[in-house]
Design a binder for this molecule. Structure first.
Ligand code: ASP
Length: 586
């Protein structure tokens, strides 16, 4: 190797040793006869001193280097003089007194400083991602990601899992999101699809008898990049035979607890992880991925206020809606403007309006107070468990709107009151999801997770009578208000799978055409099985204390799905298109 050790490894014990180092010039200071050069490699930094009296040529060459030059230096490790020890640097007790320097490669002035952690615009960072990745924060994040996947692999290997790669060139099937498709040159007019997830093939691996499979799998979904999404993302994908939901959850609980505590040094708010039903989560928090770092649960006032003299309440209740409230502790002093802002937030989430009450000296005040009877006020005080100084936020609307609007207000209040402690992880399981949800645009049922998820045994019969009431053997793992994983026990019976496809409005011929491979495989001794997928990008971002998954992906795309470094997507040659039997429309 071009080096005998690594910069960041040198310590007091190494004093007196002759070393050869190679790395990047992190920064340098020229003090005339003495040049101090911080040399950086992946392991960290060490100070190298060039003294003109020790070696004139090395000193001269050092004077010619600039930041980010790649150099090799040779010298002797010495103790830094008392008073010049840098306690902030792991190698801060020592320095290398160098007598040789070779420039291995010079560097242009970089478009942003590598040796500072200051803010750099995203466009520049992504265009020069290889330089951005050189910075300490990104080095730390990418190495952390490696430690996460290594931990996962080791954990699952100990549990007897087999890592199996599945095809990237797969088949297009309607699974939820839009597929990326790849034209076939050899079979004109036909296409492969990139996997949205290895769902079907991992189930086929269970039919194949592997019993325990996993993969760090890249998934592709051609969606508009809302919020913090990427077109391609990575999940820990796994599948197990002869298990029920609890078995999968237990295995994953062990894995994420270990990851968060051992690799991330984080504290879990509650262990074992709490388990909530979907209905409960929606009822109490208005979300199937509630942020459980804080309480502020909803109070249901529907029956109490159904006959209220306040028309908005009584009308909502009469129309089958709900009236629910959430407390904003200590917010009774909010100004008109602050309350209007909360009402705007509710409206952005579909509510027609927001009613508020202030709690002062045990009494409820506000524009709607005059419509409420003493019994109604007492009911509100009790159900909301009010305290003086509270602001009570009330939304009356269709249940889905109440959940959405009040759920978002709950988060706003939690955020404002500093209840979302950044160093605590509140993870939980959400179970008993509905099997199906109604697609109002297409006027048909669709699978809430995916069409391979099994209904609870007792709920299959509901598919004929009340499909919306059937619950699934599905489970999501949530953490601080984010979904970080989801899975289910699958259907392994050909007839039930057919029944599910029928419930989704597919004719037997369509089901055969799209999913014949699965229906056929299930006729050859398919074992009961289930699995899960964890969002690797999100989990790593949480461990790295990063808000965006982009910060833990080496080469991410922008919000408009562009790779600024490679300048992709990009046009291809006419020849390539001809080979693929493709003509493009202007
Ligand atoms: N294939 C599912 C997904 O990607 C996860 C699973 O059910 O295992 O969301």
């Amino acid at each position: 190797m071009l080096k005998t050790t690594h910069c960041g490894k040198l310590r007091r014990e190494d004093v007196g040793t002759r070393v050869v180092l190679a790395g990047w010039v992190h920064r340098w200071r020229d003090h005339g006869g003495l040049i101090f050069l911080d040399l950086r490699d992946r392991s960290g930094l060490v100070q190298v001193v060039f003294n003109a009296d020790v070696n004139e040529e090395a000193h001269r060459r050092a004077a010619e280097t600039r930041n980010e030059y790649v150099v090799q230096v040779e010298g002797v490790v010495g103790l830094r003089p008392e008073g010049l020890i840098n306690p902030n640097l792991e190698t801060g007790e020592v320095e290398v007194s160098a007598d040789r320097l070779v420039v291995l490669n010079p560097s242009k002035t970089t478009p942003f400083a590598i040796n500072e952690e200051g803010e750099v615009g995203d466009t520049l960072r992504l265009k020069y991602r290889y330089l951005d990745l050189r910075r300490q924060r990104m080095q730390r994040n990418i190495v952390l990601r490696h430690r996460v996947t290594t931990y996962m692999r080791n954990y699952l290997d100990r549990q007897d899992f087999v890592e199996i790669e599945t095809p990237i060139l797969l088949k297009s099937t309607p699974e939820g999101a839009r597929d990326f498709i790849v034209p076939s040159r050899l079979q004109p007019g036909k296409f492969y699809a990139l996997p949205q997830s290895p769902q079907q093939v991992k189930q086929l691996l269970m039919v194949a008898g592997f019993e325990r499979y996993f993969q760090i799998a890249r998934c592709f979904r051609d969606e508009d990049l809302r919020a913090d999404r990427q077109l391609e993302f990575t999940q820990l994908d796994l599948e197990m035979s002869f298990v029920d939901s609890q078995d999968v959850r237990k295995l994953i609980e062990g894995l994420v607890t270990g990851l968060f505590e051992e690799i991330g040094g984080k504290r879990l708010q509650q262990k074992p992880l709490p388990v909530l039903s979907y209905a409960d989560a929606m009822d109490r928090y208005g979300s199937d991925k509630p942020d459980l770092r804080f309480g502020l649960e909803f109070a249901n006032l529907t029956d109490l206020l159904a006959g209220s003299g306040f028309g908005v309440f009584s009308q909502a209740a009469a129309a089958g809606g709900q009236i629910k409230a959430v407390r904003a502790p200590g917010c009774a002093g909010y100004s008109r403007k602050q309350i209007d802002d909360l009402a705007e937030e509710a409206k952005r989430h579909g509510a027609k309006g927001l009613a508020t009450l202030k709690v002062e000296e045990g009494a409820l005040h506000g524009p709607i107070a005059k419509f409420l009877t003493e019994a109604e006020m007492e009911g509100i005080r009790q159900r909301c468990q009010v305290e003086n100084g509270d602001l009570i936020l009330i939304v009356a609307d269709a249940p889905a709107v109440v959940a959405e609007a009040l759920g978002s207000l709950r988060l706003v209040i939690g955020q404002r009151l500093g209840l979302m402690a950044p160093d605590v992880l509140a993870c939980a399981w959400v179970i008993d999801f509905p099997l199906l949800e109604w697609n109002t645009d297409e006027k048909r049922w669709q699978a809430m997770h995916h069409p391979f998820t099994s209904a609870r045994d007792q709920d299959w019969r509901l598919l004929d009578t009340d499909p919306g009431a059937a619950l699934a053997k599905a489970y999501d793992l949530v953490c601080n208000g984010m979904e970080i994983g989801g899975g289910s026990i699958r259907i392994h019976d050909q007839e039930l799978q057919g029944k599910m496809f029928a419930a989704l409005g597919m004719s037997p011929a369509e089901a055969q055409d799209q999913f014949g491979h699965l229906l056929e495989a299930f006729q050859y001794g398919a074992p009961p099985h289930g699995g899960i997928a964890l969002g690797l990008d999100r989990i790593t971002a949480i461990l790295a204390d990063e808000a965006s998954i982009r910060e833990v992906i080496a080469f991410p795309k922008t919000a408009s799905a562009t790779d600024l470094m490679l300048n992709s997507p990009s046009p291809v040659s006419a020849r390539q298109l001809t080979d693929l039997h493709i003509t493009t429309a202007e």
